[in-house]
Design a binder for this molecule. Structure first.
Ligand code: HEM
Length: 316
């Protein structure tokens, strides 16, 4: 079978893998929300030191299922890596992003192992846990981003750097917009991971008591930090949505693909900001926490594709 024929199949497979990745990440969030991180004791990768545990507690199943899902995920990413080498020629971008997906899959597993082996789970509220959780989030977006780009680059065979700006307005500098959006999203995401950890460890009784605690000098450092996220979410999330929306208005007539991606990004990012506000105002019920996280990864995937479109084009 030729490369041209195999590529669509590879693409559908990569998309399915992307959805599965988000499912594993959401289950990981459920492990945190349900305080099940120590459900397998402090042994890793074995659960309570054995392959299949005798589970007397629900949390053992929650953690064990997460390890099972992550294990399967590991094999799927390995499959992606080998398939990319079989199908795409040396030097093709798919090979590069599939290799990065494999690397980030391994670092994701190591960070997960670190949380368990160093007991950074349950009610642990140390700064060390906060740092590892932030890194875990950062790594998870690198992972979804790499798989999304593996998929993106598998459509089209010759990739070239854009020479001209896609916008009619010269004042918009693609390179600056690229860096600004990337840094903004990372800041929103890391502060989001901190807010989620703070809410898991120190749930508030009401919106007003939570707000007072956020500002009190003697509150736990996590509680004092969590207010950063709604602020960044509104400011930077709103800016990304606005930039994507402006991009729709200012695009050159021939930029049809870029216009489609800009519109998608503006809509999903706008939805993410509104849903974030609703999550905060309704004191983050579990289903909203999970939908908010799923939305965050969906925004990220569309952002990554948008940034790719901003910097590179394919020639078939
Ligand atoms: C583009 C916009 C946004 C993105 C990408 C985003 C992303 C995130 C992420 C990644 C988390 C961590 C979720 C987890 O690990 O479980 C989070 C949590 C949270 N976000 Fe956002 N967020 C956005 C906007 C907002 C806004 C505007 C608000 C409020 C005004 C908000 C309120 C919250 C709250 C309250 C949590 C903690 C939820 C919990 O208790 O688990 N977010 N966000």
């Amino acid at each position: 079978m030729s490369t041209q024929q195999l590529s669509p199949r590879f693409s559908s497979w990569t998309r399915a893998l992307l959805m599965y990745t988000i499912l594993v990440i959401l289950w990981g969030a459920w492990v945190r929300i349900s305080h099940s991180g120590d459900g397998c004791g402090d042994t890793w990768p074995l659960c309570h030191g054995v392959l299949i545990p005798v589970a007397e507690q629900g949390k053992t199943w929650v953690e064990f299922a997460h390890r099972g899902m992550s294990g399967l995920f590991g094999f799927l990413v390995l499959g992606l890596f080998f398939a990319s080498r079989k199908i795409f020629p040396v030097g093709h971008k798919v090979r590069f992003w599939a290799k990065l997906s494999l690397i980030f899959m391994i670092t994701e597993a190591l960070l997960g192992a670190k949380l368990v082996l160093f007991k950074l789970v349950g009610t642990n509220d140390s700064p060390y846990r906060t740092v590892v959780m932030a890194l875990h989030f950062l790594n998870s977006i690198m992972l979804t981003g790499s798989i999304a780009l593996t998929d993106d680059f598998s459509r089209g065979f010759k990739w070239v750097r854009r020479k001209a700006s896609p916008w009619t307005f010269e004042g918009l500098r693609p390179q600056r917009i690229f860096t600004g959006c990337l840094i903004s999203f990372i800041l929103i995401g890391i502060t989001g991971a901190i807010a989620a950890l703070a809410n898991t460890l120190f749930p508030s009784e009401s919106l007003s008591t939570g707000f007072v605690a956020d500002l009190a000098a003697d509150s736990h450092y996590l509680v004092r930090l969590r207010g950063l996220h709604p602020f960044f979410g509104l400011l930077f999330g709103g800016s990304i949505a606005l930039t994507a929306w402006l991009s729709v208005q200012l695009q050159k007539p021939e930029e049809l693909e870029f216009k489609k991606r800009s519109l998608q990004l503006a809509l999903i990012c706008g939805t993410g900001v509104l849903f974030g506000m609703a999550t905060l105002l309704s004191m983050a019920p579990i289903w909203m926490k999970l939908v908010h996280l799923a939305l965050a990864h969906s925004i990220w995937i569309l952002l990554v594709r948008w940034l790719r479109e901003l910097s590179m084009q394919h020639e078939n």
